[in-house]
Design a protein around this ligand. Structure first.
Ligand code: GDP
Ligand code: MG
Length: 149
């Protein structure tokens, strides 16, 4: 909180997890800076960007951690999963690169069924054409906000 008792500040931590080259860094680049890198190099370790999001007049800072999916970084990245209490963890399964229609290997339905079985939110996105990128991040932020309020 700040000086004003009425105002509340929120800091939510969001961690992008996934195999190498699925598009984690580009999802963050699209969401945070509206940028896309056709030939992005792999992320070393972890880095984060903070986005301020307004929900119901509350200022929420979303600290979004980009991680490298490689096994050798697991020890580093696992440190960022700790410190989240189970109650306040919201998980969304994201199927990225939905613009690559001819290269689809997993149907939307398969994705949905998997997410539902695991109790996860689900969304298909494209960091390339921007489809659902903001929606995916906002889903998580809104849900955390709902749990807390
Ligand atoms: P990361 O290793 O998970 O961080 O993946 P990157 O964000 O570095 O992306 C890996 C490659 O996939 C890069 O060449 C990106 O340009 C490309 N890429 C990322 N997102 C998309 C997407 O939504 N659509 C397409 N067609 N390519 C993407
Ligand atoms: Mg990356």
């Amino acid at each position: 909180g700040g000086e004003d008792e009425q105002s509340e500040d929120y800091l939510f931590k969001i961690v992008l997890i996934g195999d190498s080259a699925v598009g984690k860094s580009n999802l963050l680049a699209r969401f945070a800076r509206n940028e896309f890198y056709p030939n992005s190099k792999s992320t070393i370790g972890v880095e984060f960007q903070t986005q301020t999001i307004d929900i119901e007049g509350k200022e929420i800072k979303a600290q979004i951690w980009d991680t490298a999916g490689q096994e050798r970084f697991r020890a580093v990245t696992s440190a960022y999963y700790r410190g989240h209490s189970d109650m306040n963890v919201v998980t969304i399964l994201v199927g990225n690169k939905c613009d690559l229609k001819d290269a689809r290997e997993v149907s939307i339905e398969e994705g949905r069924v998997l997410a539902e079985a695991q109790g996860l939110f689900f969304m298909e996105t494209s960091a390339l054409d921007s489809s659902n990128v903001s929606a995916a991040f906002l889903t998580v932020v809104k849900e955390i906000y709902n749990i807390l309020s």
